[in-house]
Design a protein around this ligand. Sequence first.
Ligand SMILES: NC(=O)c1ccc[n+]([C@@H]2O[C@H](COP(=O)([O-])OP(=O)(O)OC[C@H]3O[C@@H](n4cnc5c(N)ncnc54)[C@H](O)[C@@H]3O)[C@@H](O)[C@H]2O)c1
Length: 297
Amino acid sequence: MTDPALPRRVVVTGATGKLGRAVVAHLRGVGVDVLAVDRVGGRDPRDVDGEFLLVDLTDYGQVVEAFTGGADEHAGGIDAVVHLAAVPAPGLMSNATTFANNSAATYNVFAAARAAGIRRVVWASSETVLGLPFDTPPPYAPVDEAYPPRPESTYSLNKVLEEEMARHFCRWDPELVMVGLRFSNVMDVEDYAPFPSFDADPTLRRWNLWGYIDARDGAQAVERALVHDQPGADVFIIANADTVMTRSSASLMAEVYPGVEIRKELGEHETLLSIDKARRVLGYEPRHSWRNHVPQT
Ligand SMILES: NC(=O)c1ccc[n+]([C@@H]2O[C@H](COP(=O)([O-])OP(=O)(O)OC[C@H]3O[C@@H](n4cnc5c(N)ncnc54)[C@H](O)[C@@H]3O)[C@@H](O)[C@H]2O)c1
């Protein structure tokens, strides 16, 4: 059933990407009227089934048109924006290219939303701001949103600047609601096959404290963020409730990060990327686990 608090018409950027496809399908499934936007894709329904507009978000004019109904055949009346478009990791493109694309795209989305009178923006920040790849050990575990960001790459630096930018947009306009979701490593069901092999080497997935996010749970988090009604900017870690490992979370920390303070009694496979704040404030509760898709030894 459609949540009456959900915005009626929503732009999703990065709609043909890995997370974007799951988010568009999920939001349409709960009755949201989605205008899917990306710089890649076209009429082929395998790209993204339904209303789609080709936009390069680094061009402010194109973003304004997308948000205000200035593109033929696509109505305005946009109530919220879900901004997922980005070069999605360090090392895929040169640092300067990643920074130029991601910072311009996000500034344009934030500024055009404000200019169009759109009060609600949900966007993809990243787990990387927590200090990935944790060559420097985390300050404590599970890591949470309470310590200052520790970007270790240009990609991550830009995500930190986006979080800061959102705070100032909200200071300029106190009615804005801007929710940054610090997603863990996004996984589709097809990605789960190698998970049981991770146990052989605990350092293999150390870089993000053995976390992950099922794309469907990522989409659910976006839905929860879209009904968040606390004005201002806030950020939330979005991960699954468990790790990618068969070994216990406590044994992983003891072996790989023996000096790091463990701040709570850990469940057997409990995530070391805390989702307590997302649970408490957004009502996010992961529904999926790789353990339900792959046999474990
Ligand atoms: N994949 C992960 O593990 C992960 C983890 C944490 C955060 N994130 C963030 O989540 C978001 C989605 O990531 P993803 O894994 O779906 O990535 P993806 O590469 O699959 O999708 C990103 C999409 O953004 C589009 N895009 C990039 N620049 C654009 C521009 N200038 N104009 C229009 N479209 C543009 C691309 O064409 C692509 O379709 C990104 O912001 C990424 O930084 C991803």
